[in-house]
Write a protein that binds this ligand. Structure first.
Ligand SMILES: Cc1cc2nc3c(=O)[nH]c(=O)nc-3n(C[C@H](O)[C@H](O)[C@H](O)COP(=O)(O)OP(=O)(O)OC[C@H]3O[C@@H](n4cnc5c(N)ncnc54)[C@H](O)[C@@H]3O)c2cc1C
Length: 547
């Protein structure tokens, strides 16, 4: 069995970013490695031998080999009693191997924690919810089954990353713009089943899924929707199912392993416009949210509208010390100076317009006119890129990075530097980490403003600025209260925990649930489902037990 982790990214810069994330993490040795709960050493050793005979020595990891299967941002890494560690890891490279791994896990009653690329950073990465689980790493199942540019969808296996899918489309001249999150190293399936989001037209990834293939814990394989019919020509075209829709059972769940998934993609448009709108005051958020909310609901803006606070806009470009050298978080007066120096608004919204050039231009005119009436102190910008011929298709690479990248479906590692915000350049042994509190809030200006006013002092009391962004949907927003810290500083880690719980209490009072959560907080978040004595949780547990 292996103790060194293999290179998993063919791209040198992606592999380097992976190595950098895990280098010097852990600073605390990952021993003692826990056994799976209720499993003795003899059974565990037998299971490992069987995993090796299925997947090969080079695909089974134990002891020091588990150093890439931890949460590199774990706030509890100094505390073995709270740390989340797997007992072993196994990487099957085919569905046959996968079903054999499941059979062995069933035989020895070993819990599995499965993931596709394990880049769920901020939510635990590849670290398991239950200590001592075996990490089931699916990155070797990495085939792109199909990219269809007549109906605009892709069918992929779990290990396929956003950058891999993008490069495949470019190489095969597919007339699609796949959506991507701000980091291209994650798995299309992993991100989608965890309800991740991108920035363009099909940005709510889990809502772009038509058919999936799942391996159930007993090894049975199910295909959902029209794909349940072996010869269906609509397998990836329709969400209509005769009977209950099953896809949702496998989002943020451990009810089965998704082995293939379809995802709708954006047709390569003739034109794209990079748009932004900013407003100067902290309190301007209220009007911005209400106006854009209406334009989302009436269809004037169809893509994601991504809002950032001033600190979040700045942290992509520098570190705290570049803007503020005093103690503690950047004070409001300095923030106001920075706003004037940089010309950024206190709130900054970005979105894209996609489609035929005449329609894009008309949409922009309408948006300009609405904003001029309703939010006249704001500043709007729109840069148009279009293929000169009506039937032509715009090449995304012709859009300069500052206007394009994830908005035109080009994956990158663009947002990774933001986590360096609190690390002084002089502190060579500092190690950046980040987390977020991500409530689902109605798309309502007053409520968003109230949340900012409530969360700002909680952030500041714990030594960080209000760093917020949100993805606007038609009727709600998914908000990220981001926080970054130095992983080598125990006091900062303790403050981040306090900050999280402070936000949790405020969200709970308002009935705000979370769109996604860290393995350390999953039970806490699930417990918010309190209706009828936690009927939702009881129902999910019933399904789990029966599977
Ligand atoms: C700086 C920064 C920026 C980020 N920006 C974004 C962003 O713009 N948008 C966004 O959505 N996220 C963002 N993230 C969060 C995260 O990095 C991405 O969502 C990432 O894509 C998730 O990792 P992954 O794709 O490797 O998923 P994985 O870690 O492989 O999977 C995530 C979870 O999904 C489940 N799962 C995975 N595979 C399967 C399967 N085959 N079957 C069943 N269940 C499965 C498991 O519960 C797993 O824990 C960001 C993180 C950082 C640090």
């Amino acid at each position: 069995m292996s103790i060194t982790h293999p290179q998993t990214y063919p791209h040198p810069d992606y592999e380097a970013a992976h190595q950098q994330t895990y280098e010097r993490a852990p600073r605390h040795p990952i021993t003692p490695i826990p056994l799976p709960p209720g499993v003795g050493q003899t059974d565990f050793d037998s299971a490992i031998s069987e995993f090796i005979s299925i997947a090969g020595e080079e695909s089974v990891f134990v002891k020091e080999g588990l150093s890439d299967y931890i949460d590199p941002y774990d706030v509890h890494e100094h505390d073995p009693s709270q740390r989340k560690l797997p007992s072993a890891a196994v990487c099957p490279d085919s569905t046959d191997q996968l079903s054999s791994v499941l059979r062995v896990a069933n035989k020895y009653k070993i819990p599995l924690w499965h993931f596709s690329r394990g880049k769920n950073l901020g939510y635990g990465g590849p670290a398991p919810r239950v200590n001592g689980s075996v990490a089931l790493d699916l990155h070797k199942l990495d085939k792109i089954i199909e990219v269809n540019d007549e109906y605009h969808y892709a069918v992929v296996e779990p290990g396929v990353t956003f950058i891999q899918l993008y490069e495949y489309c470019v190489e095969h001249k597919k007339k699609v713009w796949p959506s991507t999150p701000s980091l291209g190293w994650g798995s299309v399936i992993g991100n989608t089943v965890d309800r991740g989001m991108g920035f363009g037209m099909n940005y709510t990834h889990h809502q772009c899924v038509a058919g999936i293939e799942v391996m159930l814990p007993d090894g049975d394989v199910v295909r959902t929707g029209q794909w349940g019919i072996s010869s269906s020509p609509s397998a990836f075209l329709s969400k209509f199912t005769f009977g209950p829709s099953l896809e949702g059972l496998f989002f943020q769940s451990n009810l089965g392993v998704v082995t293939k998934m379809s995802l709708w993609l954006t047709p390569q448009p003739q034109a794209y416009m990079c748009c932004s709108f900013s407003m100067p005051l902290f309190t301007d958020l209220e009007v911005m949210v209400d106006v854009f909310g209406e334009m989302k609901r009436n269809g004037t803006v169809q893509s994601c509208v991504w809002f950032t606070s001033l600190i979040e806009t700045l942290c992509i470009m520098g570190r705290r010390e570049d803007y503020w050298t005093g103690e503690g978080p950047v004070p409001d007066w300095r923030l106001e100076e920075l706003r004037q120096e940089t010309g950024f608004g206190h709130w900054y919204a970005r979105w894209g317009l996609y489609g035929p050039k005449r329609i894009v231009e008309a949409q922009f005119e309408e948006i300009k006119s609405v904003l001029a009436r309703r939010a006249p102190t704001g500043t709007i910008a729109g840069n148009l890129y279009a293929h000169p011929e009506e039937d032509g298709r715009l090449d995304a690479t012709t859009v300069p990075d500052q206007d394009g990248q994830m908005f035109v479906g080009i994956p990158s590692l663009w947002s990774l530097p933001l986590i360096n915000w609190p690390i002084s350049k002089g502190k060579k042994d500092g190690k950046a980490a980040h987390g977020d509190y991500a409530p689902v809030i109605p798309s309502n200006g007053k409520l968003l403003m109230e949340w900012m006013e409530v969360s700002k002092p909680i952030c500041e009391a714990n030594g960080v600025e209000l760093m917020a962004d949100f993805f606007m949907h038609e009727r709600h927003v998914v908000l990220m209260n981001m926080f970054t810290w130095d992983q080598t500083d125990k006091t900062q880690k303790e403050k981040m925990e306090r900050l999280y719980y402070g936000l949790y209490e405020e969200a709970k009072k308002r009935g705000y649930g979370m769109y996604r959560g860290h393995v350390n907080h999953m039970d806490l978040i699930a417990n918010l489902n309190d209706f009828n004595n936690h009927a939702y949780n009881r129902f999910v547990e019933k399904i789990k037990v029966s599977l």
